[in-house]
Design a protein around this ligand. Sequence first.
Ligand code: NZQ
Ligand code: ZN
Length: 386
Amino acid sequence: MYNFQYHNPTRIIFGDGEIKSIEALIPANSKVLMVYGGGSIHKNGVYSEVKKALDAFQVLEFSGVEPNPKYETCMKAVELVQKESVDFLLAVGGGSVLDATKFIALAAKFQGVDPWDFMVGKAEVPQEAVPLASIMTLPATGSEMNASFVISRESTQEKFGGYSELIRPVFSVIDPKTTVSLPERQTANGVVDTFVHTMEQYATFPNNAPLQDRQAEAILLTLVEEGPKVLKNPEDYNVRANLCWCATQALNGIISSGMPQDWSSHEIGHELTALYGIDHARTLAVVLPGVWSYFIQEKQEKLAQYARRVWRVEGDTEVCAKAAIQKTEEFFESLGVGTRLKDYGVSAKEAASAVQLRFQQRNRSGLGERGLITPEIVAQIIESRA
Ligand code: NZQ
Ligand code: ZN
């Protein structure tokens, strides 16, 4: 196991009816900016619950954050935060709303000319941020308890991740009841995104860390059991609760502590979202089996362990590693999530050369837990997913 530090200051308030708790958690006399998306919170009643809980505060609103939040939209909120001297940001929605809020929190304190510069490594990430918290209505990204955010720039069709310890939410409310209104597509996306987050930190090579392995396998097993249930009984509170907690646990740093990590499926997937608008989770369902197939030798021990422990497959390591790929594809497909580019009307050949070119232009190489993935290999992986 590698050396590591683990510090996670986000308070989680979990359960039915807990939105009201925020009143006691936001510093008194704060001027609060409530950030939200395209209106789902108006339809499911979350908006009025939040407004009631914020009764004692001065509240401003910023709505219209889109899925795969845009830099261009975020910058409008940055202007508002600066003009109004907002001192607390409250994200109410899914991962996109929270990621946008994290970016806004940093960009509002940026001293340079263009905050996009800190997304692309041309400037330092600000050393100060507006404090923020979240009410998470979509179990998927784990953003509610981590220090990451992903922002897209419309004008250049780019999508990049950022990281700062300063934008970990002070608290996150996870009320599983708020997730009952999710459309089936988003519910299934959430299961797949959580699954792949777990895999990016698990399906690498053995690292003498049986606890982390079993923690990851616990999340995978739970998703395999609860995923089909949520599609059958979307209103089942306990199923929703289990999916919410899986999503948070999959990406709050616990299972990656001391472990090698891959993340190539995410990096390649972001390009497919940026270029073709495919939902984040769906890009992962396409790319992950391709990465595994290409690196089946390098990953075979962990893939075989996963097949044996999660899917109860029997046989030698090679047989089990192959079965791991097949079982995973079947699982995604069973949730209605296509695993091939043709499912999204995208030509694999065209996508392969477009993404390869982008990685070459950025001099981006060495992806994956062993740093073996070059732009040429990225192209081969994408082409194999026709
Ligand atoms: O905008 P509204 O109207 O709220 O509708 C949203 C949106 O249309 C809707 N929705 C959310 N909660 C709902 C609901 N509809 C009904 N009932 C509810 N309770 O769902 C749609 C999708 O929302 P979005 O926030 O885009 O989805 P998700 O949470 O999957 O977030 C995806 C974004 O997160 C990034 C992705 O790249 C993508 O940009 N990620 C962030 C990560 C992180 N911060 O650590 C890691 C992930 O790997 C991921 O990259
Ligand atoms: Zn993801």
